[in-house]
Structures are given as structure tokens and as C-alpha cells.
Design a protein around this ligand. Structure first.
Ligand SMILES: *Cc1c(COP(=O)(O)O)cnc(C)c1O
Length: 351
């Protein structure tokens, strides 16, 4: 049975064509600076985002941590939303490994930050305080695209307060495609950007950190220290090259499929599965406690994998096709009609 896995866009498998590109890649030892494919890909990424340089990482978690370590010294601080991945979902790495303190701030419903609130958190120059150095924003955040105007404002704000500006752009290509602009426009005001290859772009692994040449030079040392100096990286870089060429425009299909899922949930008109919102490739819905666990089990038996918990997040991706949307909606309709027993599952984040 074909499985339709809606838990995340991280569950994708490389396509045959992507694997072929990986197999064909010219390789070398990247720690020695010898991998031509990794090298070419990093240049291509920098050009694509119109920044000076980029660096390949195994994960965006390591890329974000490295960005924070590059921008902030020990005893300094970064500001991020309390739901930001680089604060909440990265095991406190900046504090543990960098002695960099996070200052969190409530996020606005549209995924932006209220810059007046941010201003109120910036520490005065006083030996009692950590030194505020960096503002981190996330795009997309829970699928939501940050408005271009907000990012321009954030840039002016950071310049005024002498802060650097980092974008955790794990899904920045979803933002670009959703806005219908070039990705370089989305990141134009950033000092640094991280993004994932392993999500909507459909690669087996990988992320990049992008920014000024001088920052990337320092990032190479941090990456080495964090255990991220890799050898024949070209195999993964080749997957990335393939993805940038073939898997960006098609993100619009994922957004369209997410819209169809959201519309389908609404059409069910069942109080036990309530649509919260849909943005880019994500659909958020609330599942009644009495169905939690049971509905997932019912769906799993019919080839549809849903996340645990009553806070449902369904994510569309390259391995979810148009016709799968119909299948999912049909399975859910049947599941809601069936006499399902409650089987509470532990709510676990699947970011
Ligand atoms: C997934 C994600 C990350 C981390 O990516 P990994 O490559 O899984 O470490 C960082 N930020 C955001 C917003 C994410 O969604």
C-alpha cells in the first residue's frame, strides 16, 4: 500500500532522478576543500540568494546555532520569538554551547514580531545586562509568510539599534513561491539566512547558511567545532543542486494541495475536526479528544499517516500528489463516520 505521510515535509524520499544526480556527482574531501560539487553548490546558493557566500550543513539546527555563534559572543544575547525554532526547538544550543542568552518575545498572529516589544527587550549598555546583538526572525513560521514590508522594517530597526538580523528560513522557498517573488527578494535585508534542503525541497538531508564572506569564513570554524566538518559532501550537494533546479517552482503544488485539504476539512463540517488555519504547505486543525489516537489509527490502517495529538498539523510535500488529497479526505470522512474509540496519543511536536 502506498503511504501518504502528512506528518511533515521532512519525510520525503529522494526521487530516482535526484539519486541519479547524487551518483553522478564529482566528489572530494570537503574538509580539505577538495569537493568540487559542494563548492559549486555553495556558490550557486550564494548567487541564488544574492549573498556573498554560503556553507553546507547537515541540518538547519546546526546552521542556526552557527549563525548565532558567529553573530554573538559569550555573554551576549539574541532575541527570538518564544515559539521560534532557534529558541524553543533546538535544545537550548546557543545557551549551552555558546553561552549566548536568549531573550524571547511573544509572536504576533501573523508570524511577525512587534518591533516596539522587541525594542523594550533590548538591554541598555550597563554591566548588569547581557549585550543584545542579534534579532532572529523565522520565515515561514507555522507556514505563515512574513510580509516583505515587515522584513524591511526589521532591517531599519536593527540598523537603528546596532543589531544583526538572522532569518531562520528553513522554508524560505515556500515563502518566495507563496509571495511570487524571487527568494533573493525575501532575504535581501538579512545579514544571514539558514534554509533546509530536507523539507519541501525533497533532499535526504542538508541545510545552508548564507551571508557575507567574512561570516561564512568564521562559520567554517564553528561548523568544524560542532562536528559538522564533512568529507564527500558533494553527494548531498548534488541533491541540493537538483532540488534548486527542479523542486522549487513545484512548491506551489504543495500550497495548492494544502488549500484543498483545508477546504476539504471545512466541507466535512464536523465539530470533531475543526480547521484552525492553512498557510503555504501546512494545515492546522483541532481534533476532538475523543477521536485522538483512534482517528490516527484508523487512517494508518488505510495508508494515511497523521501526527499524534489533538493539535493536528498536516503538511503537504513532494511525495503527496493531487490524487492523494482526495484519498486523505475520503479516509478522514470515513474515519469520522466510523465508531472510533478514543486512544489518546502523546502529543509530540513534529516541527
Ligand atoms: C525544521 C526547522 C529547523 C531545523 O531544521 P533541521 O534541518 O531539521 O535541523 C529550523 N527552523 C525551522 C523553522 C524549521 O522548521
Amino acid at each position: 500500500m502506498k503511504r501518504i505521510d502528512l506528518r511533515s515535509d521532512t519525510v520525503t524520499h529522494p526521487s530516482a532522478a535526484m539519486k541519479e544526480a547524487m551518483c553522478q556527482a564529482e566528489l572530494g574531501d570537503d574538509v580539505w576543500g577538495d569537493d568540487p560539487t559542494a563548492h559549486a553548490f555553495q556558490e550557486e546558493v550564494a548567487d541564488t540568494l544574492r549573498k556573498e557566500a554560503s556553507l553546507f550543513f547537515p541540518t538547519a539546527t546546526m546552521a542556526n546555532l552557527t549563525a548565532i555563534l558567529c553573530h554573538c559572543q559569550r555573554g551576549e544575547e539574541y532575541i527570538a520569538a518564544d515559539q521560534a525554532h532557534c529558541y524553543r526547538w533546538e535544545a537550548g544550543g546557543a545557551a549551552v554551547l555558546g553561552s549566548v542568552q536568549p531573550q524571547t518575545i511573544d509572536i504576533e498572529t501573523d508570524g511577525t514580531l512587534d518591533l516596539d516589544k522587541v525594542a523594550s527587550k533590548i538591554k541598555p549598555d550597563d554591566p548588569h545586562h547581557a549585550i543584545t546583538r542579534l534579532l532572529c526572525i523565522e520565515n515561514t513560521h507555522y507556514g505563515k509568510i512574513l510580509p516583505l514590508g515587515f522584513m524591511a522594517e526589521a532591517r531599519r530597526f536593527c540598523d537603528r539599534y546596532g543589531l544583526k538580523l538572522h532569518m531562520d528560513g528553513a522554508r524560505v522557498f515556500n515563502a518566495a513561491v507563496g509571495l511570487g517573488v524571487d527568494v533573493s527578494t525575501v532575504v535581501q535585508h538579512m545579514d544571514s539566512v539558514s534554509f533546509c534542503l530536507s523539507k519541501g525541497l525533497g533532499c535526504p538531508m542538508g541545510a545552508l547558511l548564507v551571508g557575507k564572506r567574512e561570516l561564512i569564513q568564521r562559520a567554517i570554524r564553528w561548523r568544524k567545532m560542532l562536528g559538522g566538518g564533512m568529507r564527500q559532501t558533494g553527494m548531498m550537494a548534488a541533491a541540493g543542486q537538483y532540488a534548486l533546479k527542479n523542486n522549487v517552482k513545484r512548491l506551489a503544488d504543495d500550497h495548492y494541495n494544502a488549500e484543498r485539504l483545508a477546504a476539504g476539512i471545512q466541507a466535512l463540517n464536523d465539530p470533531r475536526l475543526q480547521l484552525d488555519f492553512q498557510a503555504t504547505n501546512m494545515v492546522f486543525a483541532k481534533l476532538a479528544e475523543e477521536l485522538d489516537g483512534g482517528l490516527q489509527e484508523f487512517a494508518a490502517g488505510r495508508g494515511v499517516t497523521l501526527p499524534p495529538g489533538s493539535d493536528q498539523r498536516w503538511v503537504t510535500h513532494i511525495d503527496v500528489h493531487d490524487s492523494d488529497i482526495d484519498t486523505v479526505l475520503e479516509v478522514i470522512r470515513e474515519g469520522l463516520a466510523a465508531n472510533i474509540e478514543a486512544r489518546p496519543s502523546t502529543s509530540k511536536s513534529l516541527y
